[in-house]
Write a protein that binds this ligand. Structure first.
Ligand code: BGP
Length: 458
């Protein structure tokens, strides 16, 4: 039997924009996703936008009962900034009732809410002023955080500021996957810097409030592996880790910006504009805990013809196609559970063994209906195997002293995804889009119940 520590959190993760629906009603105004979807319907799957998703806005009460029924003792989701503060200043009373009731029901069901503030959903009213490019966004986010702490601080003990901050930066400003769909390295760094300072402003707001809760950030610091030991490949790995991992990990957990990162940025004319007090604010506002998302490792090699100064991260590192990799053939991502162990040990050895939890881990599967059995249940043994393999590695790390306090899968009920709509399914519950969002449990839901009840597995 593989047993996990007492009071281990067994849960699932999701986000407001991917689950709530009702995104342009009930007082909520548009985020960049709502606006982008309306402006460019061809980029998205027809009929499957942020406006509908899985309709958690209406169905949350029954969803909480489902969570309880599969043994979840925690759930992490986010608040929608534009639902709570439609114009950035005034609170939407409908949002307050909705979130208060949602979080109360979670607590009553013994499902601890871990609440995140930003999951890629920049308000449109702020985007019109430049979004994260504009330093005003730092204070705007600080105000939003303060408002959320005041309104829900009695119901939430664990807060996080951002989910995967590197993603909205690189997808919006380097790779053209998110709004505003531009490629501009200098802007990307500035956007990243303001995001970091917005995180700091939220940590300050929590400390200044009466809340007793803790605060953290959710990072996707997927471990990087280099093609070889050559100095060029090793340098590629080092810069990939600086840009994708340490850029947020070091300031948030240690209170410092890595010297190596500043050097790389300076050498490539990418240093952001900063304000006088920033480094003191960063140093004084480290997090209480980390959430770490892990799906697949990053494999890199030195790029063949890099530009100097660099125009994109591709001038620092190129993807490496490891010939021995095992693939999730249903989604196209590598499966490498060992990385969760490496990540855990890195946090233990280099980051003072700060408490952390797995904030997302899971297996996306396209066309999952093919695994429906005669009784209408999806038999997702592949997902059970995936999670068990990752849990085994996590357990190995905990036995070696890693300070991990929970495991959250992506996700609870199949949800809408940014660019793939409902193609890749991850949930313990299937969502039937043709039948009023009806939910039905998959085999992994039963497995999870046993996992949670036994606090481990055989
Ligand atoms: C993470 C995001 C989630 C979710 C997940 C699965 O990076 O935090 O929001 O989308 O990835 O990815 P996808 O939906 O693209 O398969």
């Amino acid at each position: 039997m593989i047993n996990f520590p007492k009071n281990f959190l067994w849960g699932a993760a999701a986000s407001a924009p991917q689950t709530e629906g009702h995104s342009l009603s009930n007082g909520k105004t548009a985020s960049t996703w709502d606006e982008w979807y309306v402006q460019n319907p061809e980029k998205f799957q027809p009929g499957q936008g942020p406006a509908t998703t899985s309709n958690v806005y209406e169905l949350y009460a029954d969803d909480v009962k489902r969570m309880q029924s599969i043994g979840m003792n925690s759930y992490r989701t986010s608040i929608s900034w534009t639902r709570l503060l439609p114009d950035g200043k005034n609170v939407n009373p409908e949002a307050v009732s909705f979130y208060r009731d949602y979080f109360t029901k979670l607590n009553e069901a013994g499902v601890t809410p871990i609440i995140n503030l930003f999951h890629f959903d920049m308000p449109w009213w702020l985007m019109e002023k430049g979004g994260w490019e504009n330093r005003e966004s730092v204070d705007a986010f600080g105000f939003y955080a303060k408002t959320a702490f005041e309104l829900f601080g009695d119901l939430v003990q664990r807060w996080t500021t951002f989910n995967e901050p590197v993603v909205h930066i690189e997808c919006g400003y380097l790779y053209g996957y998110h709004y505003p769909d531009v490629v501009d390295f200098k802007k990307a760094i500035q956007v990243g810097y303001h995001t970091l300072m917005a995180h700091v402003a939220a940590v300050e707001a929590l400390k200044a409030s009466n809340c007793e809760g803790q605060i953290g950030i959710i990072l996707n610091i997927s471990p990087t592996y280099a093609r070889s030991e050559s100095p060029e490949d090793q340098r590629a790995k080092e810069i990939a880790d600086l840009l994708n991992g340490k850029s947020f990990l070091d300031p948030c957990a240690l209170g410092t910006i890595p010297v190596g990162l500043k050097e790389v940025l300076a050498d490539n004319d990418l240093l952001p504009i900063t304000a006088e007090n920033d480094s003191v604010r960063i140093a004084n506002n480290t997090v209480d805990f980390l959430g770490l998302n892990y799906y697949q490792p990053r494999r890199v090699q030195a790029p063949e013809n890099p530009q100097t100064p660099a125009l994109t991260p591709a001038d620092f590192y190129a993807p490496y196609d490891w010939p021995e990799k095992k693939m999730n053939i249903y989604r196209g991502w590598e499966i490498y559970p060992e990385a969760i162990y490496d990540m855990a040990m890195m946090i233990k050895d280099e980051y003072g063994n700060i408490p952390w939890y797995v904030a997302e881990n899971g297996m996306g599967v396209a066309n999952e209906e093919r695994f429906l059995n005669e009784d209408g249940m999806i038999e997702d043994d592949y997902r059970i195997e995936f999670m068990q393999d990752h849990l085994q590695q996590l357990h190995n790390a905990i036995e070696k002293g890693s300070n991990c306090f929970g495991y959250h899968t992506w996700t609870f009920v199949d949800c809408w995804s940014w660019l793939n709509g409902y193609t890749n399914r991850y949930g313990f519950y299937r969502v039937d889009l043709d039948n009023n969002y009806a939910r039905s449990m998959k085999k992994s839901g039963l497995w999870f119940k046993a996992l949670s009840e036994n606090n481990g597995f055989n």
